[in-house]
Design a binder for this molecule. Structure first.
Ligand code: ARG
Length: 242
């Protein structure tokens, strides 16, 4: 009940503790998506989304735990409330909003096209016609790839497969969230490059089952606090350097 378990309340929260305080909440995530969710050098989950959830837990006293999940399985699992939420660099789309609720937007992203660094013919989205394009199954990148005439679309369960195949030349390009490709290149993978402008503008949200408004409320309250108290800015700077 709202107001119970007040030991977690803090000032920024006006002393109100969300209904979900203390209960363990299980959130799904495809944890092969650096810098948002991935296994760090110590094998522990880390990334912007992972630290954002930890900060929300701290701010509002929720007990959210992240478990690894197939990306394409997240929305179906949310629809049946088999999980309490999902944080997975997931874009808020009209289509998904019919099936799940989303928190306030927490990250502005967009699709980018990447090719081998030595490729001199594909300079952007418009040059993809008839090409072999790698995407992650069930993503907005896949939706963009479907708009390309005569494309040979290769769908991967995780983006790792797409990066691998692009590196070894099995595919011509990938369409993937810009910050993910940029981070990958920054890690020393200079065999690939981003070409052209960002193809879309997309907002990530934390997804919650429509049956669990109390979880949505807690997550939004957490995001509000973190945006107010500077913690969100701190995490953003840590992971994206600005
Ligand atoms: N932003 C894209 C989407 O929502 C891709 C997200 C993929 N996330 C992941 N953790 N693999 O469709």
């Amino acid at each position: 009940l709202a107001g119970c378990g007040g030991e977690q309340a803090n000032d920024a929260n006006n002393g109100q503790t969300p209904a979900t305080a203390g209960d363990k909440l299980v959130f799904g995530s495809d944890t092969s998506y650096a810098p948002f969710e991935f296994s760090g050098a110590d094998g522990k989950l880390t990334g912007f989304d992972v630290e954002l959830i930890a900060a929300i837990n701290e701010a509002v006293g929720t007990n959210i735990e992240i478990i690894s999940y197939d990306f394409k399985g997240l929305v179906p699992a949310l629809e049946t409330a088999s999980i309490d939420g999902a944080i997975s660099a997931m874009t808020i789309t009209e289509d998904r909003l019919k099936k799940v609720d989303f928190s306030m937007p927490y990250y502005l992203s967009g699709q980018s096209v990447a090719v081998q660094a030595k490729n001199e013919t594909i300079k952007g989205f418009d040059d993809l016609e008839g090409k072999k394009i790698g995407v992650q199954t069930g993503t907005t990148g896949e939706i963009e790839a479907n708009k390309v005439p005569n494309a040979n679309i290769i769908s991967y369960d995780t983006m790792d497969g797409g990066f691998m195949d692009l590196n070894n030349g099995a595919i011509d390009a990938i369409i993937c969230d810009f910050p993910v490709v940029a981070y990958y290149i920054n890690q020393g993978n200079d065999g690939i490059k981003i070409v052209g402008d960002m193809q879309t503008s997309e907002h990530y949200g934390i997804a919650v089952p429509k049956q669990k408004p109390e979880v949505l409320e807690a997550v939004n309250e957490g995001l509000r606090i973190l945006k107010e108290n500077g913690k969100y800015a701190e995490l953003y700077k840590k992971w994206f350097g600005v």
